[in-house]
Design a protein around this ligand. Sequence first.
Ligand code: UDP
Length: 364
Amino acid sequence: MKILSIAGVRPNFVKVAPLHRAFLAHPSIESKIIHTGQHHDAVMSDVFFDQFHLPQPDYYLNVPPGSASLQTADIIQKFDRVIQAEQPDWVVVVGDVTSTLACALGAAQNGVRVAHVEAGLRSGDRQMPEERNRIVTDALADLLFATDHTSCDNLRREGIPANRIYLVGNVMIDSLVQYRAKANALTTVERLGLIKKDYVLLTMHRPFNVDTEAGLCRLLRVVNNTATLRPVVFPVHPRTRTNLIRFGLFDALATSPNVHLLEPLGYLEFINLMENAALVITDSGGVQEETTYLHVPCLTFRPSTERPITLDYGTNQLVADLSPDTAGQMAEKILAGQINPGKIPPLWDGQTAERIASIISQFP
Ligand code: UDP
């Protein structure tokens, strides 16, 4: 059977890498990778192909930058030609981005079955584009692979038949398990002049935090409050950088004392910094899961999370009021040693991609 796996943005590469490897290793599966080009540059895309030893994508759709609807339309059109040429048995989509939804819809319109990896995550906040993408993708999917029991409950509640839903664990953790030792062997912390467990790692890129001047001013206050406690390392996402420059705030941030602004990092360098951080402050989806796996305290600067398992089991806490003062107070407690090491959720064991390959191969 032939499977096309879709990747478009940074976190997709982290998830598609173990899937592609597990598909290749399966005797009855032919696996191809489609890169939509949503993230296309060296730091957001190429470095992941290099570090994960992924082959060049079989198809590169080269979607131009633009609004979600324009990108969706462009991807659907180009992916249609790929489907005609390849006649796949399955299209596998991961996560919750524009490429996920566009390719799920493109496949379904062509009568090709869709498997969604990370199905059933829900924040309950339809203002977020990711939440809309998740709901529609899950409604279109023939097989739904969930990371945790809450996601399975969400899907059943939405009327998805139980025989399509599989609790398999977390493919993002597959990559972490595989590359953790290699990341740990790097000297990223030392090269930045930092001390292990004595700095805070920060990432922000969600539109509600970085697309408006008010959001960015709030972010600056979070960074500056935290920097009074410990050095802050902040690899800046391209979206965040563009908007900081647009609103004339970049220089203020770049000259803040005790703040290390960096380009987005390669996966191995980032994991090295994450594992050795005293605290991570983020609005990322994947980082909430990775910190839970690594038992590193995490403050998620968002009103809600689609990954409540990281709150219930893991090290994650929400700064739900989006107040820099609240974030500062919570950070202070954690840095003073009030830490809950948390537990790793069931099946987050590095074997999820193999489970998915084995299940999907039963539906030739
Ligand atoms: N990541 C990385 N370099 C960075 C920041 C993040 O390799 O500078 C990794 C991180 O370890 C995780 C993934 O990128 O595997 C998360 O991506 P992102 O936060 O962009 O997306 P989200 O998970 O929020 O969809």
